[in-house]
Design a protein around this ligand. Structure first.
Ligand SMILES: Cc1cc2nc3c(=O)[nH]c(=O)nc-3n(C[C@H](O)[C@H](O)[C@H](O)COP(=O)(O)OP(=O)(O)OC[C@H]3O[C@@H](n4cnc5c(N)ncnc54)[C@H](O)[C@@H]3O)c2cc1C
Length: 389
């Protein structure tokens, strides 16, 4: 059976005809515009894929999952149908979409005032305003609730001071969704509030950081020095930011699982196609069991990742609790992606290690998914709590 037909057979119990047709059309668009050369050049030259982002916006992809009244369309099953294909063609682009629409757009749609929603969401849906999600700090990563960036009330405004780390897409962002401590005396989880801070608020410095992968969308340090933001830019109730963040982070894990599944499929396709054509000792290297078993394991991991992601996405779409299932999907799919990229590189020998082929990028980018969006150790803690407490 052709690969796409096989995948669609797995998708059918979860996705409707419209969602599968949507997946096919996104795949067609990206096959034409996110060519391997374009994606490689953006990564090599640390160049933001502006042309591709503009094209995606024109297609209406930045509207997926946003509320209809603000120009949005579709739900979480459409999201995973799209993200798997985005991850297949460009991991960086898929992460950018997730951070803008699923995380910040999702938080604004659920918790922001009507005025903020009216001002920002239609622009996001059209790809005319972009966001960054600023939670992590040097001292607070996995223990995110220990953050120290402060927001101090001052008349009808708040004044923000602190440094956020590892902020994806900060250079392109028009707004930052910033998690701040608003009650220094409360328990860590109880004194946090979220603010939507315009980049031109004054007092914001952005410093790109060199990372192992994901070069097309730079990761940055963002320093807030006496940044004054109107009190009505608070997103959700005062001191309740942690509860809002928890809903955002669970949705992120489903999305990251979908991205890893697509990216792992791409790494598998590359390795298996290469292995069929590569001949040594007078035969295709797929005839050596050491190679064919690696490829069989890779295919099994991709298929299993897809099913775990679809299960979590279905629960999310139905409004059911899915925190543990989202963590399982994210952990499994990212571990699978790392294993497939590592073995795929081995299957391709020196060409796997060569910058000309995409496998080295998968090797670098896959590792990221075991770290961000909550490390896989933290995800396992979440599942363990669900099982045993
Ligand atoms: C490329 C990239 C992009 C990112 N983008 C963003 C972004 O846009 N916005 C943002 O806010 N953040 C972002 N992050 C930050 C990311 O969310 C954090 O890196 C992540 O939460 C882990 O925090 P840490 O790196 O400080 O690791 P630490 O928390 O210091 O953890 C170090 C190690 O200890 C382990 N560990 C810690 N606590 C426990 C525990 N209780 N049980 C078991 N093991 C534990 C961890 O799993 C890890 O292996 C990004 C990170 C990267 C690498």
């Amino acid at each position: 059976m052709h690969r796409e037909q096989e995948i669609q057979a797995d998708l059918r119990p979860y996705l409707g005809d419209d969602q599968i047709a949507f997946r096919t059309s996104v795949d067609g668009f990206l096959s034409r515009h996110a060519t391997p050369d374009y994606v490689r050049e953006c990564d090599e030259h640390k160049r933001f894929p502006q042309q591709l982002v503009d094209g995606m916006a024109e297609q209406g992809y930045f509207a997926v999952t946003l509320p209809e009244e603000h120009g949005g369309v579709g739900g979480y099953l459409d999201m995973v149908a799209m993200l798997e294909v985005l991850g297949y063609h460009s991991v960086a682009l898929a992460r950018y979409w997730n951070m803008n629409v699923n995380m910040v757009g999702g938080a604004l749609a659920r918790f922001a005032s009507d005025e903020i929603q009216r001002k920002t969401l239609p622009l996001l849906a059209q790809g005319k305003a972009f966001f960054a999600f600023a939670l992590s700090e040097n001292g607070s990563g996995s223990d995110a609730a220990s953050l120290t960036t402060s927001a101090r009330p001052d008349g009808d405004a708040y004044v923000i001071n602190g440094t956020k780390m590892w902020i994806t897409g900060a250079l392109q962002a028009d707004y930052f969704l910033v998690a701040c401590r608003t009650d220094p005396d409360a328990k860590p989880h109880d004194g946090i509030s979220l603010f939507l801070v315009p980049k031109d608020a004054g007092g914001i410095t952005i410093n790109p950081i060199d990372m192992l992968g994901g070069h097309a969308i730079r990761t940055c340090e963002v320093v807030f020095s006496d940044v004054r933001v109107a009190a009505d830019m608070m997103v959700g109730p005062l001191h309740k930011g942690w509860r809002q963040l928890s809903t955002v982070l669970a949705k992120e894990r489903v999305a990251l699982g979908a991205i890893c599944t697509g990216a792992a499929q791409a790494a598998y396709d590359l390795a298996s196609g290469y292995a069929v054509d590569r001949h040594q000792f007078g035969r295709s290297i797929t005839q050596f069991q050491a190679i064919s078993h690696k490829l069989v394991d890779a295919k099994t991991l991709v298929d299993a990742s897809r099913l775990l992601v679809l299960r979590a996405a279905r629960l999310l779409a139905d409004g059911e609790p899915c925190s543990a299932q989202a963590s399982q999907a994210k952990t499994f799919a990212s571990d699978a992606y790392v294993q497939i990229a590592t073995n795929g590189l081995q299957v391709m020998g020196a060409n796997g290690y060569c910058m000309e082929f995409a496998m080295q990028r998968h090797f670098r980018e896959s590792k990221l998914f075991q770290i961000f969006g909550g490390t896989n150790e933290i995800q396992r803690n979440i599942v363990a709590r669900d099982l045993f407490s």
